[in-house]
Design a protein around this ligand. Structure first.
Ligand SMILES: *[C@@H]1O[C@H](CO)[C@@H](O)[C@H](O)[C@H]1NC(C)=O
Ligand SMILES: *[C@@H]1O[C@H](CO)[C@@H](O)[C@H](O)[C@H]1NC(C)=O
Ligand SMILES: *[C@@H]1O[C@H](CO)[C@@H](O)[C@H](O)[C@H]1NC(C)=O
Ligand SMILES: *[C@@H]1O[C@H](CO)[C@@H](O)[C@H](O)[C@H]1NC(C)=O
Length: 435
């Protein structure tokens, strides 16, 4: 009882600061560019942070817990504030740790601050970091163009040491967590601007033109005037009760996005899958997640075997002949008998039959085939091993030029299947500002 009053008071202050963020102009949605890094295949976005504002490049982690940035090197800001122990922000972050730092004060090193565990999912490394707040600025959008910039004066994030950047795309100085956590981007933007906890990701397949991330509701307009939000199909999101982060405390659920694949069809023929693998058990094993950490989809070994055998069979029926694998792919084909279509190479379609009515996600040649060289196309799916934590991890390549909408309030995911079929791409958002 003794501690509830200060907690209430600081919640109130937090609320006031969120209201302050709205000032006179309240955006309906926000927009961020996202580019594909050619050497790592990671997806990199950019925000403005600090006082004075500087651009900060961040690798996108769809299921990540929060924003973390390197504060050890070159973090200069007059508006940096450490988050104090036992404050409302501290509990919003789910932090239980509280600490002092003896080499400060400086950003990332202050006394009486609460700590979290920033993690690098590419190297599976986590470390302790100081929770902090600083100003973040992003562009609003009407769904067709970026508009005027808006700011969140006290955006919560974690500081991290420079070494945690290892394995991230060159130029990136942190990670953008878009997961389910209360301090991940979708929730902080939603509370700052009073819109739904909803966001959409549309990754470009090209390393030379940007894809887009929207926070808030649609419309999502792509040139030449294709509005995508009206034609989404939906499937429920599932919560994995056990954290999938590199460091976590017991009882913490995963902040990643899980869906239910009920079956997989190749050229309309379902493959045999052990159903147990498709559901998440009480230890958090099994099921299907969507990830920007993996470039190519991983399938648990028994699923992978059935899947590739069926694919090779269907390809052979079309006179598409198998050739030697090209690492990391085992299953490759001669491109000789493969025509080209609007939705990529003319190969058998893959359907992910998801939970829900009409919830069939069709993966066409554009997202199943990887061009290994002039004459060889490889099936862009990899063997995930025989006892993986998650049976199916849908990787970034499989949803490039697809729009995926995550609605945390309604607990569902909307998906478009390939936009190439609608004669547009994720690189077709008009980034010319109309502010
Ligand atoms: C933290 O407090 C200790 C004393 O408990 C002090 O020696 C140290 O300088 C302080 N560090 C910072 C960053 O203020
Ligand atoms: C299905 O998968 C589960 C989990 O890996 C395993 O325990 C079970 O033996 C499998 N069933 C069959 C028929 O292979
Ligand atoms: C496959 O090739 C054979 C022999 O070249 C031909 O007879 C057959 O029509 C081809 N089938 C398809 C589906 O193209
Ligand atoms: C992109 O948006 C700008 C600003 O509204 C507009 O002037 C321009 O014509 C648009 N580009 C295309 C290709 O429609």
């Amino acid at each position: 009882m003794a501690s509830s009053y200060p907690l209430f008071l600081s919640s109130l202050l937090l609320l006031i600061s969120f209201c302050h963020a709205q000032s006179s102009f309240r955006p309906d949605a926000l927009v961020l560019p996202v580019r594909k890094d050619a050497s790592t295949q990671q997806y990199v976005t950019r925000i403005n942070q600090r006082t004075p504002l500087v651009p900060v490049n961040l690798v996108v982690h769809l299921g990540g817990q929060f924003l973390w940035v390197d504060c050890e090197n070159n973090y200069v800001s007059s508006s940096y504030r450490p988050v104090r122990c036992r404050s409302a922000q501290c509990s919003l972050a789910g932090s239980s740790g509280c600490g002092d730092c003896f080499n400060g004060p400086r950003p990332g090193c202050n006394n009486n601050t609460c700590g979290v565990f920033p993690d690098n999912p590419f190297t599976r490394t986590a470390t302790g970091g100081e929770l902090a707040e600083d100003i973040v600025s992003v562009q609003s959008t009407d769904g067709s163009n970026p508009g005027r910039s808006v700011t969140v004066p006290r955006f919560i994030f974690s500081c991290a040491p420079t070494f945690l950047l290892q394995g991230l795309a060159s130029g990136a100085t942190g990670l953008a967590g878009l997961g389910r956590a209360r301090i991940a981007f979708p929730s902080q933007f939603a509370s700052a601007f009073s819109f739904r906890r909803k966001f959409a990701v549309c990754l470009s397949s090209s390393t030379s033109s940007n894809g887009v991330i929207f926070f808030g509701d649609g419309p999502y307009n792509f040139l030449p005037n294709i509005e995508v939000s009206q034609s989404l199909r939906f499937t429920p999101l599932f919560i994995n009760p056990v954290s999938t982060a590199a460091a976590s405390s017991q009882g913490e659920p995963s902040t990643e996005y899980f869906i239910r694949v009920n079956s997989i069809r190749i050229n309309n023929n379902p493959i045999t899958i052990n159903n147990t693998l498709l559901t998440i058990d009480s230890q958090g094993n099994g099921g299907t997640k969507i990830s920007t950490v993996n470039t190519y989809t991983l399938l648990e070994s028994s699923i992978y075997r059935e899947f590739t055998a069926a694919y090779i069979r269907e390809a052979a029926a079309r006179n598409i002949s198998r050739v030697a694998g090209v690492a990391p792919f085992d299953v490759c084909f001669s491109s000789q008998n493969v025509g080209s279509t609007r939705v990529g190479p003319a190969v058998p379609f893959i359907d992910l039959v998801l939970q829900g009515q009409n919830a069939v996600w069709t993966i066409t040649g554009s997202n199943s085939m990887v061009q290994a060289n002039d004459n060889v196309l490889c099936l862009g799916f990899l063997d995930g091993g025989s006892n993986p934590r998650t049976s199916i991890v849908i990787g970034g390549y499989q949803f490039e030029d697809n729009l995926l909408q995550f609605d945390l309030a309604a607990s569902r995911m909307g998906f478009s299947s390939t936009l190439l079929g609608r004669s547009t791409t994720c690189a077709n958002f008009n980034f010319t500002s109309n502010a």
